[in-house]
Design a protein around this ligand. Structure first.
Ligand code: NDP
Length: 257
């Protein structure tokens, strides 16, 4: 399974917690002998701790580079690849995972700032990262090679009350992903989307502006997915042979309708 991953350079955005952190760890466990892993998010201290955890677990075979990056800041994203140490600049796999939801307000009450932050992170951030990394993938050889794996959501397929903006951002991810997958058909760059249902992460803590008790209540009495459930699927997708693309996958916990 790990045949395509050995020696690869992999970027995971939003790797300081939840699905992104689990994905970074899963890549490292799958290819412990030879991998370059760039883990990015805003919380650099947390990323450094995760990098140390990974090295402790799998050893020096995986080179882990923690990079502070706010995907909602276009200038940071534009300079991201160029600022990497030379040996990390040829990126093979980009996991566009950074994302958030703010608030559960109905449309008349949603705060302007919250709309902006969701659009800037979930939509512009993902688009800008894709463009930045695609350039690096294309520079290698005539048609380039690589994988872009976008983390969407069930929320991109159906709306729910209180989620209008978040759902709109994830619907944008979905059609963006579909369009560029078709644009890049016949190149060696694969574009994939993984859409989770309910996963227990810091996601709800952010949604309730840091109120942990409200966040915990979301998962009470249900058996949500774990970040590893999604991470394993991301790594599975990246490890498919050249002729296979996991274009679109929806993953639910067993209780979710
Ligand atoms: P977490 O809140 O645990 O993780 C979100 C990650 O995104 C964090 O590492 C955070 O890091 C990062 N992030 C947020 N804003 C930015 C930014 N501007 N720039 C860079 N990084 C940022 O949530 P999840 O792991 O659950 O979420 C990961 C993805 O999964 C998101 O795209 C989310 O929409 C999606 N998803 C989650 C579901 C769930 O039920 N949990 C369901 C379906 C989809 P930092 O704060 O350090 O920047």
């Amino acid at each position: 399974m790990s045949r395509r991953l050995e020696g690869k350079t992999i970027v995971v955005t939003g790797a300081s917690s939840g699905i992104g952190k689990a994905t970074a760890i899963e890549f490292a466990r799958t290819s412990p002998k030879s991998l370059k892993l760039i883990i990015t998010a805003r919380r650099i201290d947390t990323l450094k701790e995760i990098a140390a955890e990974i090295t402790k677990e799998v050893g020096e075979g995986v080179k882990v580079l923690p990079v502070q990056l706010d995907v909602s800041k276009a200038d940071q994203v534009r300079n991201f690849v160029g600022n990497l140490p030379e040996e990390f600049r040829e990126i093979d796999v980009l996991v566009n995972n950074a994302g958030l939801v703010k608030g559960v307000d109905k449309i008349g009450d949603i705060k302007e700032d919250d709309i902006q932050v969701m659009m800037d992170t979930n939509v512009h951030g993902l688009i800008n990262m894709t463009q930045a990394v695609l350039q690096s993938m294309r520079k290698r050889g005539e048609s380039g090679a690589g994988d872009i794996i976008n983390i969407g959501s069930i929320a991109g397929r159906e709306g729910y009350p209180g989620g209008a903006i978040y759902c709109a951002t994830k619907a944008a991810v979905r059609t963006f992903t579909d369009a560029i997958r078709k644009e890049l058909i016949a190149t060696r760059i694969r574009v994939m989307e993984i859409d989770p249902g309910q996963v227990e992460t810091e996601f709800s803590v952010v949604r309730f502006y840091g109120d942990k008790s409200k966040a915990d209540a979301v998962y009470k009495g249900v058996d949500p997915l774990t970040p590893s459930d999604i991470a394993e699927t991301v790594v599975f997708a990246a490890a498919r042979p050249e002729n296979v693309v996991i274009a679109d996958m929806l993953i639910f916990p067993n209780h979710q309708a």
